[in-house]
Ligand binder design. Structure first.
Ligand code: ADP
Length: 160
């Protein structure tokens, strides 16, 4: 499909679940831009710059994926860069209500920009950045859940 699609999120940090969605989108769109939003209500572990660097490293095998950060509203960003589509990942039914609320609001802000939902590979349907951080904090094994660069960054952060 032609055009630019945006994958927005906190990515604190990027996991194989996020990467699965990014890879699926990258097979369909000309360009996929992963955009890190600073959601202060989530008290992030990594700074936006650190999160961006980890995404750049983890997506280096995908030549149509770019990475950016933004401090404002998603729809303002999408308009600025003339994106046609916003991509969100769905893990389980529990994601659905929240995503529906955000999508309805975004549609109200700009009804020309569509939101597409991509279902993750079943093996990642339990996976979230919060779970990964919790396991890493107590020195559990996370190498099957996150790219190598993230595994290393979490090990450094929690001094294993
Ligand atoms: P946000 O704060 O916007 O929810 P996240 O970084 O938690 O940011 O998620 C960004 C996007 O990635 C969301 O669309 C979310 O549903 C999706 N996502 C997160 N984890 C997974 C996963 N394991 N599988 C598929 N999609 C996921």
């Amino acid at each position: 499909m032609s055009g630019l699609a945006i994958c927005p999120g906190s990515f604190d940090p990027i996991t194989y679940g996020h990467l699965d969605i990014i890879e699926r989108a990258a097979r369909v769109f000309d360009e996929v831009r992963v955009v890190v939003f600073n959601n202060q209500s989530k008290s992030p572990l990594f700074s936006v710059e650190e999160r961006k660097a980890l995404i750049v490293e983890s997506t280096s095998h995908l030549d149509n994926v770019t990475v950016d950060g933004y401090g404002g509203l998603l729809m303002n960003y999408a308009e600025e860069v003339e994106a046609q589509v916003i991509i969100r990942g769905l893990r389980a039914v529990s994601d659905f209500e929240y995503e529906m609320q955000i999508t309805s609001m975004n549609r109200k802000l700009n009804e020309k920009i569509e939101t597409f939902f991509v279902m993750t590979n079943n093996q990642y349907s339990f996976l979230s950045s919060s779970i990964v951080k919790e396991i890493a904090r107590y020195h559990g094994e996370i190498k099957d859940l996150v790219p190598d660069a993230v595994d290393l960054a979490l090990k450094e952060r929690f001094q294993r």
